[in-house]
Design a protein around this ligand. Structure first.
Ligand code: SAM
Length: 239
């Protein structure tokens, strides 16, 4: 069975959405991965099909009910070994390392929150791991889930044309990617850096590494510090 993402949402019509086009969409159509969007509302039990209620303790908005969401999770989860994620601004920030790990597994079950969030008790009772896609607040978990799924799908075997493009890009070495160029050689008076058309692979590699390091140091001091804050010694090339 292919890698499968099961998404629990109040808006299943949002899927596959952007995941249905381009790289991910072709791979989905080709059976390289599977997507199951399940409507949380079908697990509502009262006659109004209500999924939310007012927050205990007061405050604005509504909270997704624990009993309804637990029933939706139980109905969805055939394989209990799958990671169970909850998209949440409170979660651990998603990293490329976690994406690689998720892509190597059977595929996650992903709960998309709405409103003010979901009842804490279902997070605990069903062992949901909270995952954030950044320090800002979306109106729902669906777009966050799509971001996570997209990042995983492009790493699945056979999805990307050239296997190398998955390993040599931003974050794979704890560095941001170097600048890319393509034809034409001159654009509005700007040239492609000469070293890139020199044909000297060792020099190209050294130039790219230096660019990556400079960018990472300037833009992402957090990544840079984690890497030890050291630029690689210039590599010696024969000639
Ligand atoms: N009251 C919540 C808080 O302050 O943490 C925000 C709830 S938000 C309006 C509704 C839902 O959107 C969340 O339950 C979550 O599923 C999703 N969401 C919002 N921002 C997110 C982010 N940065 N990463 C992942 N999911 C997010």
């Amino acid at each position: 069975t292919p890698w499968c993402a099961t998404v629990l949402t109040l808006f299943p019509d949002m899927f596959p959405g952007p995941l249905g086009v381009s790289l991910a969409g072709r791979a989905l159509a080709g059976g390289l991965w599977a997507l199951e969007a399940r409507d949380i509302r079908t697990s509502a039990t009262d006659k109004h099909r209500s999924v939310d209620d007012t927050p205990a303790g007061g405050g604005p908005g509504m909270v997704l009910r624990a009993d309804v969401l637990a029933a939706a999770i139980d109905a969805a989860d055939a394989a209990p070994d799958r990671p169970r994620l909850l998209m949440s601004p409170r979660g651990r920030p998603l990293t490329q390392a976690q994406v690689v790990e998720l892509a190597a597994g059977p595929g996650p079950l992903i709960v998309c929150g709405r409103f003010e969030g979901i009842d804490q008790r279902v997070i605990e009772a069903r062992g949901l791991e909270e995952v954030s896609i950044g320090d800002y607040v979306l109106s729902g978990g669906e777009i966050a889930a799509m971001a996570l799924i997209d990042a995983c799908v492009r790493l699945l075997p056979g999805v990307m044309g050239k296997q190398a493009s998955g390993t040599e890009e931003s974050f794979s070495e704890g560095l941001l990617e170097y600048p890319q160029y393509t034809r034409p050689q001159e654009f509005e008076g700007r040239q492609i850096p000469e070293i890139l058309i020199s044909g000297d692979h060792a020099k190209v590699a050294a130039w790219r590494l230096a660019q990556s390091e400079t960018l990472t140091q300037a833009r992402r001091p957090d990544l840079w510090a984690r890497r030890g804050g050291q630029k690689a010694a210039p590599r010696r090339t024969k000639n």
